[in-house]
Design a binder for this molecule. Structure first.
Ligand SMILES: Nc1ncnc2c1ncn2[C@@H]1O[C@H](COP(=O)(O)OP(=O)(O)O)[C@@H](O)[C@H]1O
Ligand SMILES: [Mg+2]
Length: 281
């Protein structure tokens, strides 16, 4: 039975002891004593012992598209490696259970001992990510080529949402539809960006694609990842484009990685600024 329960009804509560009355931690005995004294001190001062520190939230970065084969998995693993190379603790979350492209690629990466090594795992439900926030700075999410409710839900809980697409109108028009459904779901438009991937070399096609997005007020990253055979070889050995042997390919891929990371940092900073303002006001 606790002290409170034992106190009879009519009895006045004992006044709190002042801080100076609190016995100093004993220097005698084992190192165990100061801890006990500190707990006693907190009890008398009625300072709550905080049992649950507010949990930090990992940044969530999602790759989605209505189509398969546009570069979701490729860009997700490139972003994950680029973030990890900056010293961030990264989880690559594979929500494409059927394909598990990033899982297979990561197995190759681990088998070769490539650095930075990444944690990767398959997931089927958004809620399973919840317990992992304390363990990671960034969770990079690869999804299936299908806009289902689960993907939209994941997107709504993400800081940055990337949609890979080529310059072709066959890729772009479904992408416009995906952006519209993301907006309807409540995904902040400023957190959404198109990443051009698997592109050809036509400047005119690039200009056309960019102007379609501009007309629709959709952000596109300034850098594009060209379709190159050299990348295919790099990917097969657990590498990203920025780790390809050819230096021109490396530079092109690194430019895209840098653009993705800059976008992530910008949206995350804006989100945190907004949260701080909301807390103040
Ligand atoms: N820039 C590129 N150059 C060459 N091949 C690429 C490039 N980007 C992706 N690929 C290849 O294209 C295919 C589809 O890419 P992937 O990332 O798996 O698309 P998604 O995840 O959207 O289905 C894969 O075989 C991948 O290796
Ligand atoms: Mg994929």
């Amino acid at each position: 039975m606790g002290r409170r329960a034992r106190r009879s009804k009519g009895q006045a509560p004992r006044p709190f002891r002042r801080a100076r009355e609190i016995p100093k931690p004993s220097r005698q005995g084992s190192a165990f004593w100061p801890t006990v004294a500190a707990i006693e001190a907190r009890r008398h001062l009625r300072v709550p012992i905080r049992r649950h520190e507010p949990q930090k939230m990992a940044r969530r970065i999602l790759f989605t598209s209505q189509k398969g084969g546009v570069g979701k998995s490729t860009l997700a693993r490139a972003a994950a490696v680029a973030l990890a190379a900056r010293g961030r603790k990264v989880l690559l979350a594979d929500f494409d259970e059927a394909q598990q492209t990033v899982m297979r690629w990561n197995a190759q990466r681990r088998a070769r001992g490539l650095e930075p090594a990444l944690d990767a795992a398959v997931f089927s439900k958004k809620k399973k990510l919840r317990g992992l926030d304390g363990d990671y700075d960034d969770i990079v999410i690869d999804t299936r080529g299908h806009q289902d409710e689960a993907t939209l839900e994941l997107a709504a809980a993400s800081d940055a949402v990337f949609l890979p697409a080529s310059f072709s109108s066959d890729d772009l028009f479904p992408t416009l539809r995906v952006v519209a459904s993301l907006r309807e779901t409540g995904v902040a438009p400023e957190g959404v960006a198109i990443v051009f991937c698997r592109t050809g070399g036509s400047k005119r096609q690039e200009e056309q694609a960019r102007s379609v997005l501009e007309m629709n007020r959709i952000t596109a990253l300034s850098q594009a990842l060209p379709q190159k055979d050299g990348f295919v070889t790099a990917y097969a050995t657990g590498r990203t484009g920025a780790e390809a042997p050819n230096r021109y390919l490396r530079a092109a891929a690194k430019a895209v990685d840098d653009a993705m990371l800059e976008f992530i940092d910008t949206v995350a900073a804006a989100k945190n600024g907004g949260k701080k303002k909301a807390a103040k006001g």
